[in-house]
Ligand binder design. Sequence first.
Ligand code: GLP
Length: 245
Amino acid sequence: MQLFIEKDYSAMSKKAAQIFAEKIRQKSDLVLGLATGSTPIGTYKELIRMNREENLDFSKVVTFNLDEYYGLTPDNPQSYNYFMFENLFNHVNIQKENVHIPDGRASDIENYCKEYDNQIEKYGGIDLQLLGIGVNGHIGFNEPAEELIVGTHLTDLTEDTIKANSRFFDSADQVPTKAITMGIGSIMKAKKIMLLASGKGKAEIMAKLLNNNLVTTTNPASLLMLHQDVTIIMDEEAASQLKNL
Ligand code: GLP
C-alpha cells in the first residue's frame, strides 16, 4: 500500500489527478473505474483543467462507474449518472459510448448486474479504480455486513448512509433506499485502486482502517488491504487520528 498525506483537499485532488493523468498518458485506452460523492469532485475538476490546458486526451478512455441509486432516472439531478456528466464527462473529450454507469431503471436486475461485470471483463478489466469511503467504511455501496457480495448487485442502503447522503436531497425520506453497486469482487479485480479521503468527518474511519492491522466485512474498505496495488491519498484532517506516522 502506498500512502500520501496531503495538506488539504486541493492538494489531495491534484495528487490524485496527477496519477490519473500519468496512467492515461501511458495507455490512451485506459479503463477507469469512477466514483461519485463530494470527495472526487476536485480530482475531476483538475482532470478537466488538464484536458483543456495540457492536452490530456480522453478520446479512447473507457469508464465504469461504481454505483447508482435504484429508481432514479439518469436525468434526475440526484442521480449518479447526472453527477458524472455534470462534474466530468460534459467537460472532457470522452466518447459517450465509452461511458458506463449502472442504470437505476434496470428491470431484470440479476441479468443486468451480471452483464455489467461482463462488460468490464470485455474491456480487459479496470486499470485504475477510484474510490471514496463512506463514514461507515462502505466502498461503492458495499455496506458493512456479515457477508459481502462479490459481483455487481442491488443492495439496501443502511440508515447511516441514507443519513449521510441526505445532504444532497431535500430531506432524508427522499434518499432512495436501494442502489446498484459494483460488488467487492468487481472492485478488487481492478489492477490498481486509489482511495481518497478528505476532512475531519473521515478521520475516524481512516484510523479504523489504517491503525488496526485487520480485515473485516463490517468495514468493507478494510478488504482493500488485501489488494496488491492500493494507493491511499488523504488530507491532513482525514489523517488526524492515524497513529505511527
Ligand atoms: C456515497 C457513494 C460512495 C462514496 C461515499 C462517500 O455513498 N456511494 O461511492 O465514496 O458516498 O461520499 P463523500 O465523498 O461525499 O463523502
